[in-house]
Design a protein around this ligand. Structure first.
Ligand code: FAD
Length: 448
């Protein structure tokens, strides 16, 4: 099936926002870093033993700093940055790539320094072995610490809070390393424009880290709610309904918020992200929670009147990113149905007509705990909705090809939400069938 442009009078210029703007920012920063280093080297001179290893080692380390600073900025949780990074969910995806790039570039920097040491007649041990005669022991120790913490970032089984605390150390070490490099003799120190640029990156990273780790709970977008009801939906899913104590949080359907529950003693320090499963036109806020671990199971212990702090809203998983597209496919798998529940409820008063194909995928019919709610609502929606409840136990996996056959027309946009393997697999299928990436928007319900 060939794929055509959206059928609308509105130019789809906003579609660049979520997918391309962050990469323009990242690419732009890397170009500035590189150009300033080159100008700096031309003004200081390329003499001595700069080639073939030392000069590249300087550039890759500067790229590593740049990626590390941006990796911290994109997950700062600053709402002002949401449009630039395409939402915090997209920011987390960027963070993973930038963080990995920063680590790999740092490793390459060390390899190049070893080659340089050999070139000038030293041993590579001077770069690798702490306390080796002439070795910069602190730099070497920080490198190993960063490498170790970098590896731990991929350990899935570690408790989330421990993982988070260790992960935050990476940011601190990178920022300290950058500050240290700025005062060491070298291109950064001797070429003022490059030094200024590195200081700007350093300050941005430091501010982002400080806001996220130290200030967010006090100065972030915090709204006080009280528990109205905890409703058991079956199959290990509960609805948490909250009523505002003073200010209501405004949000777009499809976004998510962080919850803090001061009355659950064992979890009072934790912030957990959940998609909002109600409509913004309603006074009460609803979250639909699958009980997978300590915190989500403890939600049963909340009673009416308990205080809940809601921080938000965040994320770019919203229909507004697809304003020019009048035909949409919504695919929610398991608890990935939550953002669509809010979007469907909003459709009751949206006053915007679209054609929507809506798939709710679960393993068994019993797992489809929101099927009844969706059936009650989809016919009342302002948009025209085709709804399919798909159970994989008896129908197998739903494929992108089957969906495209249902839709027939090929000018649609797709929103997907569910577990990472499910979402990634289906996104790949849509891409393979020729759906352009800017027409696919997805959420994993997972940050690690
Ligand atoms: C953007 C987003 C939206 C989400 N929306 C929903 C939703 O609508 N409904 C729903 O049931 N679940 C949702 N989740 C998942 C939910 O946040 C986790 O299931 C919950 O935090 C698990 O906590 P736990 O202590 O019960 O489980 P654990 O056993 O501790 O953890 C289970 C998984 O959740 C992750 N996790 C644990 N604590 C946190 C935390 N503080 N912050 C981020 N991730 C954490 C862990 O890394 C692990 O992968 C969403 C996640 C994200 C990132």
């Amino acid at each position: 099936m060939s794929v055509t442009s959206p059928s609308s009078d509105t130019p789809p210029s906003d579609l660049l926002t979520r997918t391309q703007k962050p990469w323009l920012l990242i690419g732009g920063c890397l170009v500035v870093t590189t150009v300033l280093w080159m100008i700096g080297r031309f003004s200081i001179g390329f003499g001595g033993t700069l080639w073939p290893w030392l000069a590249p080692s300087q550039v890759v380390m500067l790229w590593s700093f740049t990626c590390a600073a941006l990796a911290i900025v994109v997950v700062s949780r600053a709402q002002a940055l949401e449009p630039l990074i395409g939402g915090l969910d997209n920011g987390v995806r960027l963070h993973k790539r930038l963080g990995l790039a920063a680590m790999l570039l740092m490793g390459l920097h060390v390899v190049l320094l070893c080659l340089h040491a050999i070139q000038v007649g030293d041993s590579a041990a001077i770069m690798l072995v702490p306390f080796w005669p002439g070795a910069r022991t602190i730099d070497i120790a920080v490198f190993y610490l960063l490498a170790g913490l970098g590896v731990l970032a991929y350990v899935k089984r570690m408790r989330h809070e421990l993982w988070l605390n260790l992960h935050r150390m990476i940011g601190v070490l990178f920022l300290l390393g950058t500050a240290h490099a700025s005062i060491e003799p070298g291109t950064i120190k001797f070429f003022e424009p490059l030094r200024t640029w590195i200081v700007i990156l350093l300050l941005s990273g430091t501010l982002a880290w400080t806001y996220r780790v130290l200030l967010f709970r006090s100065f972030g977008p915090r709204f006080l709610y009280t528990v109205q009801r905890v409703v058991q939906r079956g199959s290990g899913v509960v609805d948490l309904e909250l009523r505002p104590r003073d200010r209501r949080m405004m949000y777009q359907p499809g976004t998510f918020a962080f919850l803090r529950t001061p009355t659950l003693a064992d979890h009072s320090a934790e912030l957990h992200p959940f998609s909002i499963s109600g409509s913004p036109v309603k006074r009460d806020l609803r979250f639909s929670i699958r009980q997978v671990g300590d915190f989500t199971k403890a939600v049963n212990g909340l009673t009416p009147g308990d205080e809940v702090e809601v921080f938000g809203s965040f994320g770019g998983f919203t229909q507004s990113h697809f304003a020019p597209y009048r035909r949409m496919v919504w695919i929610g798998a398991g608890i990935g149905i939550t953002p669509f529940l809010g979007m469907l409820e909003f459709e009751q008063s949206n006053d915007d007509f679209r054609r929507i194909w809506f798939y709710y995928i679960t393993r068994t019919p019993e797992d489809a705990v929101y099927d009844e709610e969706i059936r009650e609502r989809f016919l009342e929606a302002d948009s025209y909705i085709d709804y399919v409840q798909w159970t994989t136990a008896d129908r197998g996996r739903l494929s992108a090809k089957q969906i495209m056959e249902d839709v027939e027309l090929d000018d649609f946009a797709v929103m997907l939400c569910g577990s990472t393997p499910f979402v990634d697999d289906l996104v790949k299928q849509f891409l393979d069938l020729g759906v352009p990436p800017e027409r696919i928007i997805y959420e994993h319900l997972q940050f690690r």
